[in-house]
Design a protein around this ligand. Structure first.
Ligand code: PMP
Ligand code: GLU
Length: 396
């Protein structure tokens, strides 16, 4: 290892979701018989009307720097859309456009924490949360959950955690990656009230807000408790809802001073988000609802098919996802027969023996589980299930 690498950089690991996704694609390109359910991204094309807006932006020469916090038409469109959705009066200055929801979370963590502050989040958490907290010099504080609470943090658990020391920020995600957990109105209200009483800031990662299934509803804590608005950053964006992962546009909604600081940080760290993608995102936010709903309906059908077949496989269990596009499945009962000691070894064996690539649960905080993404064509999902069933039957 180079002696020049900082301790801070040496403590950061690559994103397992992105690297395994790259690995699945490379194996396929090399002609290997591999089915990959690694990607946490819609397999749909970006809707035509949005693509056209991007092409138009290039033709019209919208290819220069924009204000660091984003173009005003997009900030206004996001403010209008979320004022209506969340019942809160957001103005354009409350909105910071970034290079993706991931980047918005990073900006928010930077603006809310000083080195040594604690950032609390809940297992199973998205892989990037611990690393992002470390990158800003904060300390991850993990609340462990399990099947007994449906992999949710109850308000009692939160209160108990706070008695051990108060975190600066709760980084919260519903609908959740990697398990599709969706918190109810009552659960969120109870948690939000504790944050208000204790003065703990909230980053509410709502990137899967439009992707809920079977009548399950997404609720935003700031809609339930408008008083939270001044201590909360709502993070979302176009990646998942409008099949725009590669365009790299995210949104943060926050109190004006906080939004100003996030914009100031971004101005020096990365500069403006991609100008062409911003022009396309205006169209997504204003005119993308029908396409968004069409893709959601398709995900719901796939989820049903996938869930029914998984449920019929003996020796495994999983929480029923209410949203996002993942199943997080407990496969630990198979570990002894497979001769593996954790989720990474299990996934390696599955890849080697059946050519099926899924994501280990370890980097999400649950080493007894593995994550399947159902954001793939039905025939891919069917092939994946055939391979998984036959693998499980070998070791049951
Ligand atoms: N939060 C969660 C929970 C996610 O799964 C993702 C997926 N990439 C992101 C944030 C980041 O989204 P984006 O691609 O817009 O950066
Ligand atoms: N968030 C997606 C996932 O969990 C995409 C990859 C990433 O950005 O980490 O698979």
């Amino acid at each position: 290892m180079s002696g020049f690498i900082s301790k801070r950089a040496a403590g950061i690991e690559p994103s397992v979701t992105l690297s395994l996704n790259t690995r699945a694609n490379a194996l396929k390109e090399a002609g290997e018989d591999v089915v990959g359910l690694a990607a946490g991204e819609p397999d749909f094309e970006t809707p035509e009307v949005i693509k056209e807006a991007g092409i138009r932006a290039i033709r019209e020469g919208k290819t220069r720097y924009t204000p660091a916090a984003g173009i005003k038409p997009l900030r206004e469109a996001v403010a209008a859309e979320y004022s209506e959705l969340l019942g809160i009066d957001y103005q354009w200055k409350n909105v910071v456009i970034s290079h993706g929801a991931k980047h918005s979370i990073f900006n928010a963590l930077y603006a809310l924490t000083d080195p040594g502050d604690e950032v609390m989040f809940v297992t199973p958490y998205w892989v990037s949360y611990p690393e992002m907290a470390k990158l800003v010099g904060a300390v991850p504080r993990i609340v462990e959950t399990g099947a007994d609470t449906g992999y949710k943090m109850t308000v009692e658990m939160l209160k108990e955690e706070i008695t051990k020391g108060k975190p600066k920020v709760l980084l919260f995600n519903s609908p959740n990656n990697p398990a599709g957990i969706v918190y109810t109105k009552e659960e969120l209200t109870a948690i939000g009230n504790v944050l208000l009483e204790e003065g703990i800031a909230l980053i509410s990662d709502e990137i899967y807000e439009f992707l809920t299934f079977d009548g399950v509803e997404h609720h935003s804590p700031v809609k339930l408790l408008p008083a939270l608005k001044d201590q909360a950053v709502v993070v979302t964006g176009v990646s998942k809802s409008y099949a725009m992962t590669g365009w790299r546009i995210g949104f943060a909604l926050a109190e004006e001073q906080l939004a100003y600081r996030m914009g100031a940080y971004q101005a020096h760290a990365t500069g403006c988000p991609n100008a062409i993608s911003q022009a396309a995102a205006v169209v997504a936010v204003k005119s993308g609802a029908a396409d968004r709903d069409r893709m959601r309906d398709e995900f719901e059908k796939r989820k049903k098919m996938f869930g029914e077949r998984l449920a019929a496989i003996p020796g495994i269990s999983f929480p029923e996802p209410g949203g996002a596009f993942y199943f997080l499945v407990d496969v630990s009962a198979l570990y002894p027969a497979c001769g593996v000691s954790g989720s990474s070894e299990f996934c390696e064996k599955l890849l080697k023996e059946r050519g099926l690539l899924v994501i280990p649960g370890g980097p999400f905080g649950l080493d007894n589980m593995i994550r399947f993404s159902f954001a793939a064509a039905e025939e891919t999902l069917t092939m994946a299930l055939d391979r998984f069933e036959s693998f499980v039957s070998d070791y049951s």
